[in-house]
Design a protein around this ligand. Sequence first.
Ligand code: SF4
Length: 536
Amino acid sequence: MPQRILLGDEAVALGAVHAGISTAYAYPGTPSTEILEYLLDHHERQGGPHAAWCANEKTAYEEALGTCFAGRRSIVCMKHVGLNVAADPFVNSALVSMHGGLVVAVADDPGMHSSQNEQDSRWYADFARVPCLEPATQQEAYDMTREAYDVSERFGVPVMLRLVTRLSHSRTNVIVGEPRGENELHKAPKADTWVLLPGNARRQWSSLVARQKDILAWSEASRWNLLNLRPGRRLGVITTGIARNYYRENARAMKDEPSHLHIGTYPIPEAQVRALAAHCDEILVLEDGYPYVERMMRGLLPQKLRIMGRMSGELPPTGELSPEIVRAALGLPALPVLDLDGMLLPNRPPQLCQGCPHGHSYSSLKEALEGMNATMVTADIGCYTLGALPPYSSIESCVCMGASIGMAKGAAEAGFENVVAVIGDGTFLHSGTASLADAAAADTPMTVLILDNQATAMTGVQDPLIASSRLQAIVLGLGVKPEHFIIVDAHPRKVHETAEVLKREILHRGLSVVIAVRECKQATRKHARIPEAVAS
Ligand code: SF4
């Protein structure tokens, strides 16, 4: 059998190609970005499925859904917080009886390596009443992705593939199978199930609820759930996803290896959980992310069986699991570690690249706000979020994609006088345009500073969907007054000039938009294919 060395993300991408997908859509977000990067590269080198970055996760999801309406298979990829953006089509698409398979690959980020929270996407799958598969290895990522399409077409619902950072971003050998061809292009015989008018939606919802027992039966019988009952053991262990690897690494050291259930599919295989529970006095639940299985196992009332995990304190309530944490929870002594006393390196906070245009824009903003009272600077998600740290210390918020403009509007309308929203070009297109329309309609006294670096830089310098000139046309089209719409060059020699422009516009008692244009240094390097040291 052929083998490839693949990241977890790449194993998902190749699994989707081999499952016969016709399209793939995504919005970049760590740790899921590499799935679509792989598919774009595959398309460029070998042809095959159409792959494209989209304006945001919602548009990506809807484009994938359209492929499934055409009878073909699609994958849509995003990070966990991206699913919040795509939640509307995700939850509703469970009701529309799709006939081409749809896999939603969502990469969670326990430990928040590059995210603003560590929400657990398994809750979303549960909420939408759709199946979820959770790989523990790169091989499973490949195999489960392929299988997820069959599950999706069997039950007529999207299927979630839940990944976590450590799996997405680690690499190993994967045995790959024979590729399958694309589905025939065809419409469903009864496309009226796609029209979620209340009459149809009620029928479709009842149908989805009725299918739950079959979905549960599929999960109960799945080969990805492994129950190993060992006679005479007080302790049982449940693992999910990559926690199985941490468990196995430590279980060998235990005198009496516990009974073990590994869960790889959801809904939770209840019968197997009950079989384990009937066999033990206490169960330790090891899962990366929220205590999802643990909470499902706990009722409101006290029970005889002792359940241990994040909720009861045997594991930390937040953050990633690790072999060391699992070892301690299993009651094993800590392994000796290298004594680094006196060798610890000083902390190195992340910084903008040398010569980054955002740095010049922040220098201008700082100068403009000097001496002003009642200031507030809201900001957004991108490299420019680093403007919260010294030496700039210029921004005061970062909540979710596109939030800066709406929050600035609220703060200005609450009485703050000198309010600025800082947002990147990609984030503005992702989810800032609607809030700018609100601000333009109200002519809110605030300034929106769009940092147009012509790239989605933070996630690996993806090209922008639209050129600067079209971005500028959108701003004017949303109703911003031309006399308060200014384009500046984020060049180091223009810092003072830009500060004067910003000062004037911040003092204007209505809405103004300033776009600071200059290409990201890494994008320049990428396009010119020149070494990093030269570009900076
Ligand atoms: S990648 Fe680009 S935008 Fe991000 S810090 Fe570096 S130069 Fe600035």
